[in-house]
Design a protein around this ligand. Structure first.
Ligand code: ZN
Length: 353
């Protein structure tokens, strides 16, 4: 998107000029105390921060509220896992289990430790130290709906504003990237996307297999997000972890006006590797060149199941080091502001308006 279009986008989505100025003009903002993240609005649209999934053993990589406060994070997703009931011995149906996972998020809100993003006016617009984190209640896996549209209404009423349509199994909506099959969204999947567009929920295509992804883009009237992924290594498209994205797939998401968010996953390919913050930063440069920086974002999957992190990444607290590598790779302050949160907040502003 070009600058003028982007400004129009800001105006249309009701976002303040502070946020939009932040994303493209790098206006000075209130200091955060950490020089690398000062003035940046940091937003992570995919994480499972403790105490969500609290029945799992404590994992120090989970982005705790204190760690998020250290870097003055503005917004983080709190994603329940919608198909967890299928993968581990849990009590109750996927719907009940997902609702139970979201309970602690509600408690955090009740105690004033977070504020929930329910409408555009709830989104952070200025990086201010000491403000409570804005929590984006999310569900990873439409399995939680159990094939019933009214369950989407129930979750929306509860505060959920983002749904990853498929997760680690083919479900009532569509196919996932680890599946041996692929296909378009089901009738139910189409109904879910249309309802999410209408009620103001962010449609996440992470984990969706190619044809499912393509049909989500055709059905959705609103921009999409891929909340946690990364591109295949140069010259190795189609080989490597199945969770990676081809350029064609990322162009589909960008074509909706959406954002593709990249994560700290480390892996080696046949020729290349992605195992350092430098590799990650150079990948962001390639994405900027090919897709436009306005379509690139951060999505850590913090607290999720990434098997290996790139060297130098421990948790969201390592973000200042990634920012340093982004600078070394030639990215500007405006690019950095857009990547670490500006683009995701712009998208949410439009969806929640
Ligand atoms: Zn995931």
């Amino acid at each position: 998107m070009r600058r003028r279009q982007f400004l129009g986008y800001c105006a249309a989505s009701g976002l303040s000029s502070a946020l939009c100025g932040q994303s493209i003009g790098g206006e000075p903002q209130e200091s955060t105390g950490n020089p690398a993240t000062a003035g940046l609005l940091i937003a992570d649209p995919h994480a499972h921060p403790y105490p969500i999934n609290a029945t799992r053993s404590y994992d120090p990589a989970k982005p705790l509220l204190e760690i998020m406060a250290q870097i003055n994070m503005a917004l983080s997703a709190f994603a329940a896992v919608g198909d967890l009931a299928y993968h581990s011995r849990r009590f109750g149906t996927p719907f009940m289990d997902t609702r139970d996972q979201l309970l602690p998020v509600k408690r955090l809100e009740e105690k004033g430790q977070i504020r929930l993003a329910l409408r555009a006016a709830d989104l952070p617009v200025i990086a201010t130290a000491g403000k409570p984190l804005v929590g984006l209640m999310a569900i990873e896996g439409g399995d939680a709906l159990e094939g019933r549209l009214e369950n989407l209404d129930t979750f929306h009423a509860y505060g959920v504003r983002m749904l990853t349509l498929v997760h680690d199994r083919d479900n009532e909506l569509g196919y996932n990237q680890r599946s041996g099959n692929d296909g378009r969204l089901s009738r139910f999947g189409i109904d879910v996307v249309e309802k999410m567009n209408k009620t103001g929920m962010l449609v996440d295509v992470a984990h969706a297999k190619t044809q499912t992804l393509q049909s989500i883009a055709e059905v959705s009237a609103m921009p999409l997000i891929d909340s946690h992924t990364s591109p295949f290594l140069p010259g190795e498209e189609g080989t490597g972890p199945r969770r990676l994205r081809t350029w064609q797939e990322m162009e589909i998401v960008a074509g909706t006006g959406g954002v593709i968010c990249t994560w700290p996953l480390a892996y080696s390919g046949k020729i290349g590797h992605r195992d350092s913050l430098k590799d990650w930063a150079e990948e962001i440069v390639r994405m900027k060149t090919r897709l436009g920086i306005e379509h690139c974002g951060l999505g850590t999957d913090g607290g999720g199941g990434l098997p290996h992190f790139v060297q130098g990444w421990k948790s969201i607290a390592s973000l200042p080091d990634l920012i340093g590598e982004m600078r070394n790779a030639g990215l500007t302050q405006d690019d950095i502001a857009a990547f670490v949160g500006g683009n995701v907040l712009r998208l949410l502003g439009k969806i929640l308006a």
